[in-house]
Structures are given as structure tokens and as C-alpha cells.
Design a protein around this ligand. Structure first.
Ligand SMILES: NC(=O)c1ccc[n+]([C@@H]2O[C@H](COP(=O)([O-])OP(=O)(O)OC[C@H]3O[C@@H](n4cnc5c(N)ncnc54)[C@H](OP(=O)(O)O)[C@@H]3O)[C@@H](O)[C@H]2O)c1
Length: 250
């Protein structure tokens, strides 16, 4: 099967291309560095020729509200058009658990817009919504740091390892389109501050972590259930402790 991974050089995309290739498929890593740009449309038609499946794991270079909205809306529209023309039979996209629950978070708003374009594009699709990646916890800590203290909202957190995200996407890409959404999350669910605190401790980072109900997560207030699956979710195999042990080796 020919599977085009748009964003195939990224954190998730590179892992996915490797898994699909190891499983015997023709997996094409497509992104600006290989001459394929989902925003301008450059190289899309050539990349999608004879493709069975397209997986979109792109990320926006700027998270400024208008820029990120334009990125996800325009790239989803261009992909939809190119996929219809190429006869692609399954579009898979990676989105975020709960992105519709925090409308003050501009990045989440852009992901909701991306999902809406996909649903209307006329290509059979599956949207995979993941919780935050374990690889992203350090960035979250940095974003929440004020005067040397990490301030985080009052919600629950259930991060997933990038390897588990790639494995789930691979399974979905090789299956039939659901014309719907599946959710994936890591095995550990705990308060936001507890998980980030475990991460910092294991990295030998002395920053204290405090729960502050007024703290914003990329502009949005995190309520108890903002970031975790509310219903059925596929659960990754890699626990936070396993991931931390591995991360601290390298
Ligand atoms: N971080 C989280 O916790 C989290 C949680 C759930 C879902 N997600 C979603 O996961 C997705 C992938 O994230 P990631 O961390 O793997 O991203 P990443 O490592 O930042 O990689 C981004 C990829 O997008 C490509 N790209 C950028 N502009 C492009 C364009 N105009 N056309 C085509 N490709 C373009 C990049 O290509 P080049 O290398 O060529 O520039 C790169 O391959 C995102 O959509 C994000 O919303 C993230």
C-alpha cells in the first residue's frame, strides 16, 4: 500500500514512516524539506499519485492565533482537494483530545477548524485525537514558568509517548476509514502538576510546580476534565515511568 505521511519528518511522522516501512508498505515522508508543502500546494499532486492513504501529522511553524488557524485550515483544504483528485481512499489526521473544550486556546481552535475541513472534504477519514505527548511535557513546563516557578491549571493530565501515537496511527492507517474519531491516551492519569513535577524531578530540574486554577494552558483555563478522554480511548503501552527512564538514558 502507498501511504503518504504529510509531516513525515516530524516527531510523530518520522516514527510512523519507519513503522509503515518496516511493515512492508511504501511510506512516503512528505514535507517542505522534501518539496511538498500542504499550505502552498507545492508538490502535493506528485506526492499523492497512486496513494491509497494519506496521514496528516503536520504542525504549524507559528502558533500565533491567526497564523495557526490559517495553517491548519488551508493545509486541510489543499490536502482534501488533492486527495479527491488522486482518488485517495483514506485520510487520517492527528488531532487533540478535548480540543473543542477550551475555546480560549487558539491552537485548539485551529485543530477544531482542521477537523471540520476534513469532515467536509469528501474523502473517507479517521481523526485520531491524542492527549499531549510525553515529549511535550518539558515545553509545557517552560511555557508555564513564571519567576522560576511552574504554574499549572487544576486539571487531569494523561500524556502519551510519541512511539504509542505512531503505533496507533499506523494501525488506523492500515484499517478501514471510520468517518469518525478515535481517542488515544497514555496509561497514567494524574493531576497536571503531579505529572509535570515527576518529569522535572527525573530530569534533575529544581523548578517547583504549583497548581494555580488561574494558570492558562496556551491561553485556555484547564478544568478537571479539559485534557483527558471522557469516553472510550485506546491506551498506550508506555508508562510515564518507562518513558522517563528511557528519556534520561539518552
Ligand atoms: N504536542 C502534543 O502534545 C500533541 C498532542 C496531540 C496532537 N498533536 C498534533 O500532532 C501533530 C504532529 O506534531 P509533531 O510534534 O509530530 O510535529 P513536528 O515534530 O513539529 O513536525 C511537524 C511536521 O510538519 C511539517 N510541516 C510544516 N509545515 C508544513 C507544510 N506547510 N506542509 C507540509 N508539512 C509541513 C514539518 O516538515 P519540515 O520538517 O519539512 O519542516 C514536520 O514534518 C500536530 O498536528 C499536533 O497538533 C500534538
Amino acid at each position: 500500500m502507498k501511504i503518504v505521511v504529510i509531516g513525515g519528518s516530524g516527531l510523530i511522522g518520522s516514527r510512523l514512516v519507519k513503522l509503515l516501512t518496516e511493515a512492508g508498505h511504501e511510506a512516503l515522508a512528505a514535507s517542505p524539506r522534501t518539496g511538498v508543502n500542504a499550505v502552498t500546494g507545492e508538490g502535493l499532486n506528485d506526492a499523492l499519485a497512486d496513494a491509497d492513504v494519506v496521514v496528516d501529522v503536520t504542525n504549524a511553524p507559528s502558533w500565533e492565533p491567526q497564523a495557526v488557524l490559517d495553517f491548519f485550515r488551508t493545509s486541510a483544504r489543499n490536502l482534501g482537494k488533492a486527495e479527491v483528485a488522486a482518488g485517495v481512499r483514506h485520510h487520517v489526521a492527528l488531532s487533540i483530545v478535548g480540543c473543542e473544550r477550551t475555546p480560549e486556546n487558539a491552537y485548539f481552535v485551529a485543530k477544531v477548524a482542521q477537523e471540520e475541513v476534513i469532515e467536509a472534504a469528501g474523502v473517507p477519514y479517521t481523526i485520531v485525537r491524542a492527549t499531549q505527548f510525553m515529549e511535550f511535557i518539558g515545553g509545557i513546563a517552560d511555557f508555564g514558568t513564571e519567576g522560576g516557578t511552574v504554574r499549572l491549571g487544576d486539571g487531569l493530565f494523561q500524556p502519551i509517548a510519541a512511539d504509542d501515537v505512531a503505533a496507533a496511527l499506523s494501525q488506523v492507517a492500515l484499517g478501514a476509514p471510520l468517518n469518525g474519531t478515535v481517542e488515544i491516551a497514555g496509561p497514567d492519569r494524574a493531576p497536571f502538576a503531579e505529572i509535570v513535577g515527576r518529569y522535572l524531578k527525573s530530569a534533575g530540574d529544581p523548578r517547583p510546580v504549583v497548581t494555580d486554577p488561574d494558570a492558562r494552558y496556551y491561553g485556555g483555563r484547564v478544568e478537571e476534565q479539559s485534557l483527558v478522554p471522557l469516553g472510550e480511548a485506546r491506551i498506550g503501552r508506555i508508562s510515564l515511568d518507562q518513558w522517563l527512564a528511557q528519556a534520561n538514558k539518552g
